[in-house]
Design a protein around this ligand. Structure first.
Ligand code: PRP
Ligand code: URA
Ligand code: MG
Length: 212
């Protein structure tokens, strides 16, 4: 498993405003989108491409095109939905599948309540979007699910991660060369409720309001 913490002043600045508890939802949504676009630039470095011959107004030349089938982007509902627009802006030809998952806040177990993905993901490159990697339970289940469907490799784009969650994923998937986690920051720790510290609070609530 590869972990890439993106070190860039634009990312650091936007993340600081995002963390601020006085930042209202509309600004939070806008910043999330902008951050994902910056992270996606790094996360797509190994996207599969092939040479393609084209004609410019001047001459014929060989350029680069995505290899088919195109990448599949999977936002994890709810909070991951706030990252979708930022990703598809950069990769507009990507297909999009959905996973609805929620962490039980008492047991911390991740449950899957919705799934709309191609039945066969054989050979597909998959980009998972979820802003928070706390205990890592949600991403572990999502990654397992995608490999069970045949995905070739999985890159998770997150805003924040906790060392505890990364350690757990490393222990479970450490040998997997086809898993990459790209984050804006690896924070300090989890608190007693398994919230990321310093974190940004509940990403879903800050994007969309309090869950029922
Ligand atoms: O690493 P974990 O400990 O599993 O926690 C992280 C998960 O918690 C949040 O979702 P949540 O369950 O709050 O659902 P929501 O997006 O609907 O708010 C977050 O978006 C992750 O999916
Ligand atoms: O800090 C955290 C942990 C889990 N889910 C969130 O939205 N935030
Ligand atoms: Mg939530």
């Amino acid at each position: 498993m590869r972990v890439l913490e993106v070190d860039h002043p634009l990312v650091a600045h936007k993340l600081t405003v995002l963390r601020d508890k006085t930042t209202p939802s509309p600004v939070f949504r806008q910043l999330t989108e902008e951050l994902v676009t910056l992270l996606a630039y790094e996360a797509t470095r190994d996207v599969r491409t092939q040479p393609v011959e084209i004609e410019t107004p001047v001459t014929r030349t060989v350029g680069t095109a995505f290899t088919k089938p195109t990448p599949l982007v999977v936002p994890i509902l709810r909070a991951g939905l706030g990252m979708l627009e930022g990703m598809t802006k950069l990769v507009p030809t990507a297909e999009v599948g959905f996973l609805g998952m929620a962490r039980n806040e008492e047991t911390l177990e991740a449950i899957t309540y919705a799934e709309r993905l191609p039945a066969d993901l054989t050979g597909r490159q998959v980009f998972v979007l979820d802003p928070m990697l706390a205990t890592g339970g949600t991403l572990r289940e999502a990654i397992k699910f995608l490999f069970a469907r045949g995905a070739a490799d999985v890159t998770c784009i997150c805003l924040l991660g906790a060392p505890e969650g990364l350690k757990m994923l490393e222990a479970e998937l450490g040998d997997a060369e086809n898993v990459t986690i790209v984050l804006a920051s690896v924070d300090d720790r989890l608190d007693e409720h398994a919230y990321i510290v310093p974190g940004l609070g509940d990403a879903g609530d800050r994007l969309y309001g309090i869950a029922g």
